[in-house]
Design a protein around this ligand. Structure first.
Ligand SMILES: Nc1ncnc2c1ncn2[C@@H]1O[C@H](COP(=O)(O)OP(=O)(O)OP(=O)(O)O)[C@@H](O)[C@H]1O
Ligand SMILES: [Mg+2]
Length: 334
């Protein structure tokens, strides 16, 4: 049985539907990522799952307990670390942890061990008696994480665990999150960092405007793009010439898909070895002058674009070329 089962979960704020009927499940000891742009509904979903916000429809079960009907039981098995850092900088780290443990009804005797255990888990054991005011942003975030671990949850919700931190600190936090999983915890995190989803998560759900677009392991999502992405720029970017180039390249058996692009053509290649010189040669034979050519393995950025029609970082509607790519992915999945 999955540890978390979400069934048609919805949230409305007045007339605005922030979460539009999500259904998915999370297995035990997974690092599960919720990837989406600002306003996608990530925090709203986490708040409902952590019993801090009432769903407008649908529901969820964690370890068999209903989040709406049995909030007390759910809270005993989940930890929650909010998007904002919530530690008191006028106290020491130990005092923060003590306070948090007491608020969560952990007995004093137990708490002594658990503070040691949780702070060790996030690598703060040497700095416990320092004022949090002297901590760096990354250390505060780790202290926040330790608070979420004090009551030994089975599942921990981390809302943007590395938001605003530099890449080195982010990587350290990833290491701690992996360690939590190795200790038997299940981790549910939200992020709008592509590489965090890619490198840290076992499975990623892409959500956009309150809807689940796709859910799979990052490597499967990338593989589904169907090969490497080659972008060819032409000296004459007119429609007649780019269409002719598309026609020429699409005849090659190792090109699985072609798309028009502003300055040229995007090709999805099944076999990238030695394709670039071959493409140059074919272009020359067909009087097509190539002025730029790039080849890259598909990233989660490409996956995101293909499934949502826009870039994770841009709020605008995105390029038409990628809407077509999205249709291509749908067709490829059938
Ligand atoms: N209390 C509220 N009342 C009204 N609208 C809200 C409320 N909380 C969130 N929203 C709206 O619901 C949508 C989803 O918000 P949410 O905070 O869940 O997004 P998010 O994916 O966590 O975004 P971010 O990456 O910025 O944290 C947004 O459009 C937001 O403006
Ligand atoms: Mg949020």
């Amino acid at each position: 049985m999955p540890l978390l089962e979400v069934d048609n979960l919805q949230k409305k704020y007045g007339d605005f539907v922030a979460v539009k009927g999500l259904s998915f499940s999370v297995e035990k000891e997974e690092i599960f990522g919720f990837l989406g742009p600002n306003g996608a509904g990530k925090t709203t979903t986490i708040l409902m799952l952590a019993t801090l916000l009432k769903p407008s429809g649908g529901g969820a079960r964690i370890s068999g307990h209903d989040v709406v009907l049995e909030p007390g039981r759910v809270r005993s098995v989940v930890g929650y670390v909010s998007q904002e850092i919530a530690v008191d900088e006028f106290l020491t780290a130990r005092e923060n942890l003590w306070l948090h443990g007491k608020l969560n009804h952990v007995s004093s005797k137990e708490l002594i061990h658990r503070i040691d255990e949780a702070s060790h888990m996030v690598g703060l054991d040497g700095r416990l008696d320092d004022l949090v005011g002297t901590y760096s942003g990354g250390m505060r975030k780790r202290l926040d994480l330790a608070e979420g671990l004090l009551h030994r949850p089975q599942l921990i919700f981390l809302d943007e665990p590395t938001l605003g931190l530099d890449i080195q600190t982010r990587r350290r936090i990833w290491d701690y999150i992996r360690k939590l999983r190795d200790e038997g915890l299940t981790v549910f995190l939200t992020t709008h960092y592509m590489e965090e989803a890619d490198q840290l998560c076992d499975r990623v759900a892409i959500i956009d405007q309150g809807e689940l677009k796709v859910l799979d392991a990052p490597q499967n999502l990338k593989a589904e793009m169907g090969g490497d992405v080659i972008t060819v720029g032409l000296s004459d970017p007119s429609e007649t010439v780019t269409r002719r180039a598309q026609e020429v390249f699409s005849r090659l058996e190792w090109i699985s898909r072609t798309e028009l692009h502003l300055q040229g053509v995007i090709l999805i290649s099944r076999n990238s070895d030695a394709t670039l010189p071959r493409l140059m040669q074919i272009a020359a034979e067909n009087d097509l002058e190539i002025i730029s050519i790039t080849l890259k393995h598909p990233s989660l950025d490409d996956v995101f674009l293909a499934h949502t029609g826009h870039d994770l970082r841009q709020e605008d509607g995105g390029a038409d070329a990628f809407r077509r790519l999205k249709r291509g992915v749908r067709q490829a999945r059938r």
